[in-house]
Every structure is written in C-alpha cells, then in structure tokens.
Design a protein around this ligand. Structure first.
Ligand SMILES: *[C@@H]1O[C@H](CO)[C@@H](O)[C@H](O)[C@H]1NC(C)=O
Ligand SMILES: *[C@@H]1O[C@H](CO)[C@@H](O)[C@H](O)[C@H]1NC(C)=O
Ligand SMILES: *[C@@H]1O[C@H](CO)[C@@H](O)[C@H](O)[C@H]1NC(C)=O
Ligand SMILES: *[C@@H]1O[C@H](CO)[C@@H](O)[C@H](O)[C@H]1NC(C)=O
Length: 410
C-alpha cells in the first residue's frame, strides 16, 4: 500500500514539479545530477564534497546517459578530481553553466591541477560557464596550478567553456588519446607567467579547434610525447604564440611527431610559430610538423626555431648544443606583419642540424624596413625558392615569397 502511494505521489510530482523529481538512484528522471541537490550552493564555502557526491552518483549510474550539472551561479570549489572508470565506461556529460572559482584562500591549491578528470572514456565537458582560476587577482600565485586537467582520458571533448585568469596552464591534456578542445575562450593577463592556453603532453590524436586564446604564455604548447595533433581555427594573442616545446629538458622524453597547425591567426604576440628546445639538452626528436595558412599581425618573432631556448637565463648548460633533432618542418602560406625585422629565424643545434625545413609562400612584411632572416645549422636550402628564384620555380611563386624573405640569411 505504501508503495502504491509512493508511486502515485511520484507521478503527481512528475506532473507538477518535474525539476525536483528523483529516481531511485538520486537523479532526476532525465538522468541529471545537479550539484545543488547534493548540497552545493553558490557561496564562499568549498563545495568539493557536494561536487564529488554528485559525480559518484552520475558516474556510477547504471542507466548511462547521465549528466552532472553545475547550474548558473558562482560556486567555490577546492582542488577536485573526477575519476573513472564509470559504469559501462561511459562518463557522464558534465555541463557547467555556472562560474567555478577556487577559494580566495584556504583551498590549498598545489602545483598540480585544480579541476581534474582522470581515467575516463567518452567524456564531454561543456556548458555556458566559466572556470575562473583567480590567478590574476591574487598577484603572482604561489603555485603553478593547471585549471583543467584531463589525465588518461580517451575519446573525449571539452567544448564551449570559458577559462579566465589561470594560475598555470588553463587546459592540459596529459596522457590522453583522441581528445578534442572545441570552441573554448581562454583569457588571462599578458603579464601572467606560465599561463599557457592549452598544453598537450604525452597524448595522441588531439584536436584543438575554433578556440580564442589570449594569455601570458603560449596559446598552445605541444610538449614531449605528443603525436598526431591538429590545431585549427585558433585565434591567438596576446601571448607567446603557438609552440612546440620546450623540449629536451627531461631525460627520456618521447618524440613529438605529426603536428599540423592550420587556419589560425596570431596577433600581437612575442612569437608566432615556434619550436623551442633547451641548450645542453637531453636527446629527443621533433618531426613531421606543418604550419599552414596562418595570418600574423604585429608579431615579434613570426617564424622561430629556437634551439637555445633559455627563458629568464636559468640554464645550467647554456653553452652546450641541444640534442633534440628537428626534421621535416614546413611553413606554408604564412602571411602578415612582423614587429621585428627578423621575420624568420631558424636557429638550429650545431650538434643536430635541422633537416627537411621548408618555407613555402612565406609572405611577411616588416613595416618600412625589409625583413631579414637568420639561419643557423639548417641543412639544405629551406628558403631557396623565396630568396633567389631557381629555374624550377615559377616567377609568380618567387614573387610571392619575396617580400617576407628577400634578404639572404645573415
Ligand atoms: C541514452 O540516450 C540514447 C540516445 O539519446 C537513447 O537512445 C537511449 O535509449 C538512452 N538510454 C537510456 C538508458 O536512457
Ligand atoms: C576510442 O574510439 C575509437 C574509435 O571510435 C575506438 O577504436 C577505441 O577503442 C576507443 N578507445 C577507448 C579507450 O575508448
Ligand atoms: C578557419 O577558422 C575559422 C575560425 O577561426 C573558421 O570559422 C573557419 O571555418 C575555418 N576555415 C577553414 C577552411 O577551416
Ligand atoms: C605527419 O603527420 C600527420 C598529422 O598527424 C599525419 O597525418 C601524417 O601521416 C604524418 N606523415 C608522416 C610521413 O608520418
């Protein structure tokens, strides 16, 4: 009898107040696990416990198709890890419509990550919300904390969210396979250090699409062990541009292989397209890298291979060459304006000269001045077509390349 009554009440509730009806496992009938129904509230209090309770319910739901929802409102949450595996290897959809912030003090963010998703498959993190790292507001943050970390995540996407004022990388794909960042907006002050927009490391089959990034460091950085990475439709600036590296810092680093950066704009940055390796480095490789259809505006070092990368002059072996071998790198249809006079710098390692570097249709202007280029330890003649027409080059192609690279290397 009591059960019958329960069922009747359940159905009445369903009719009159759909939003607050719960199935037997705690979710609303639509499979939505709303963090506010697990005790989260927009306040300065750490909501981590409620977030994790809602996650455990959504991740463990046998029905599948569950959604973890952070509704509108500003929620404080300390470092939190949403880990898998979930039932049926199908992670919930995570919808963040509100603003997430770490506590102003007391959340003890460490040098790890703030919001982590780990050991998951088929995850989608999306919504109209914002992850606000509050890095800029607190001056120079004590720790370099990644805002959003995907660690050992496969076949998954983060889409549409905004990221502001990170204390370190805004998004980090670490040990992931087939992951996509799509339609993100990432902003931090130009003066905030190490606030890379999206970092990729130890990951394969990564797509970074249609995303606007302006921070105090690289818009996108592709670190060791990254293979098959495509960056497309990224609007970058301010910041340090789109980079491979830095490479060669740690022993046993895995190669970077198969990167395509295409259809991007780079505006007002200190570097444009860059490959950076440390001097006196560990051995390593970076190969099969293509940059194409890139528009630059007011970029200081538009095309830059830097094998003596040493920021803030903190390198122990500054006089020793890098042991990272760079090969098969193409810069194709790169147009726009350079803020410096050296539009193309290929400064390769004397111990591992670059091989297979091609400059094809590089058309950069340097204001009133002619552009210069600088080549060190580059095997072959990467810019032959642009520098001095050779018989096999059609005249219009030679003319195309001329304005950016008309000065022979110095
Ligand atoms: C999950 O969603 C799919 C597609 O929307 C639907 O076909 C399926 O019936 C749903 N499964 C459950 C258990 O709700
Ligand atoms: C990811 O998807 C691919 C292709 O759909 C599939 O072959 C692979 O097994 C999946 N990997 C994981 C870890 O789910
Ligand atoms: C290039 O990127 C822009 C976004 O910046 C996108 O709207 C456009 O469709 C892309 N074009 C191609 C050919 O991929
Ligand atoms: C180079 O990288 C691209 C992108 O990952 C890939 O499609 C292509 O097969 C690679 N080419 C070689 C020769 O490895």
């Amino acid at each position: 009898m009591a059960n019958v009554l329960k069922v009747i009440i359940f159905h009445l509730l369903l009719v009159f107040d759909v939003g607050h009806v719960h199935g037997s496992d705690g979710a609303s009938t639509a499979g939505v696990y709303d963090v506010t129904e697990y005790g989260a509230a927009p306040s300065d209090r750490d909501n981590k416990g409620a977030f994790l309770a809602a996650w455990r319910a959504a991740c463990g739901s046998a029905a599948g198709n569950s959604t973890l929802l952070v509704p509108e409102g500003t929620f404080t949450v300390g470092a939190v890890e949403f880990s898998g595996p979930c039932t049926g290897d199908k992670a919930p959809v995570v919808v963040i419509d509100g603003v997430l912030q770490p506590c102003a003090g007391g959340c003890r963010l460490s040098s790890g990550a703030w919001v982590t998703f780990s050991g998951l498959e088929n995850l989608l993190v999306t919504g109209a919300g914002t992850l606000d790292g509050r890095g800029a507001r607190t001056g120079k943050p004590k720790h370099k904390t990644t805002t959003l970390l995907f660690d050992k995540v496969a076949n998954s996407t983060v889409r549409g969210l905004a990221f502001v004022n990170g204390r370190g990388f805004h998004v980090n794909f670490h040990r992931c396979t087939r992951v996509t960042a799509d339609g993100l907006r990432i902003h931090a002050p130009a003066a905030s250090r190490n606030t890379d927009g999206i970092h990729v490391g130890g990951s394969s089959h990564v797509r970074i699409l249609d995303t606007a990034i302006g921070t105090g460091d690289d818009c996108v950085s592709v670190g060791p062990g990254s293979t098959d990475v495509v960056v497309s439709g990224v609007a970058c600036g301010p910041g340090h541009g789109i980079s491979v590296g830095s490479l060669g810092r740690e022993e046993g680093e895995a190669d970077v292989r198969g990167l395509v950066v295409r259809n991007c704009t780079v505006r007002g940055t200190t570097n444009g397209l860059r490959i950076k390796t440390w001097p006196g480095s560990q051995p390593g490789r970076a190969s099969n890298i293509t940059f194409e259809d890139i528009t630059m505006a007011d970029v200081s070092n538009p095309i830059f291979i830097d094998q003596q990368y040493c920021p803030h002059r903190h390198c122990s072996d500054v006089d020793k060459p890098s042991l990272v071998q760079i090969s098969d790198v193409t810069f194709k249809r790169i147009e726009g304006t350079s803020r410096s006079r050296v539009a193309v710098q290929l400064r390769c390692s004397e111990d591992r000269p670059c091989t297979g570097v091609r400059l094809d249709g590089v058309n950069l202007s340097c204001g009133e001045q002619p552009c210069h280029e600088q080549f060190e330890n580059v095997q072959g003649t990467p810019a032959a077509a642009a520098q001095a027409p050779i018989p096999t080059v059609r005249p219009e192609e030679a003319a195309d390349g001329a304005s950016g690279t008309e000065q022979p290397g110095q």
